[in-house]
Write a protein that binds this ligand. Structure first.
Ligand code: GTP
Ligand code: MG
Length: 171
């Protein structure tokens, strides 16, 4: 049959933002796991869309593992960056990590599409995706296509819109 184009995606963001939950929800239901635990190091996951076959490097967001991220930057053809929209205290840490990422030599001059998920929209304390994009100064990203989606990874809401955008950027 027709072989789908393969794309390597880096899934980044602070610990507890919901990266693994999002990637799990993008798999077919029979491949989803029920118990999601904090990622140790990273995990390689796969899911397909109508025209693409994604290989995801689901990185741990814990401080002690964040130094691992940069070793995979060269491999990545797109980035999914996840934010816990309810974690106002650590929004500044998320911004620091994003800025470090954007200034990295393996990322800086490449036109990599970046999909942001303003996740945990179901929580009472969550700020809007517009607010998240302001807090992270996303309007300053001029040399890469980017898009932000509000999401609730527990219900799977907002994920398809994001992945459709990503697919359009790549195909
Ligand atoms: P690390 O692997 O440690 O970097 O974390 P992670 O970003 O992969 O987060 P993970 O997917 O493990 O989710 C962390 C916790 O947040 C889990 O208890 C999830 O059930 C919960 N969670 C994920 N997405 C949502 C969401 O949209 N809403 C709510 N309420 N909880 C969520
Ligand atoms: Mg994880």
């Amino acid at each position: 049959g027709l072989k789908k184009k393969e794309v390597h995606v880096l899934c980044l963001g602070l610990d507890n933002s919901g990266k693994t939950t999002i990637i799990n929800k993008l798999k077919p239901s029979n491949a989803q796991t029920q118990d999601i635990v904090p990622t140790i190091g990273f995990s390689i996951e796969k899911f397909k869309t109508s025209s693409l076959s994604f290989t995801v490097f689901d990185m741990s967001g814990q401080g002690k593992y964040r130094d691992l991220w940069e070793h995979y930057y060269k491999e990545g053809q797109a980035i999914i960056f996840v934010i816990d929209s309810s974690d106002k205290l650590r929004m500044v840490v998320a911004k620091e990590e994003l800025d470090t990422l954007l200034n990295h030599p393996d990322i800086k001059h490449r036109r990599l599409p970046i999909l942001f998920f303003a996740n945990k929209m179901d929580l009472r304390d969550a700020v809007s995706s517009v607010k998240v994009s302001q807090l992270l100064s996303l309007e300053n990203i001029k040399d890469k296509p980017w898009h932000i989606c509000a999401s609730d990874a527990l219900k799977g809401e907002g994920l398809q819109e994001g992945v459709d955008w990503l697919q359009d950027q790549i195909t």
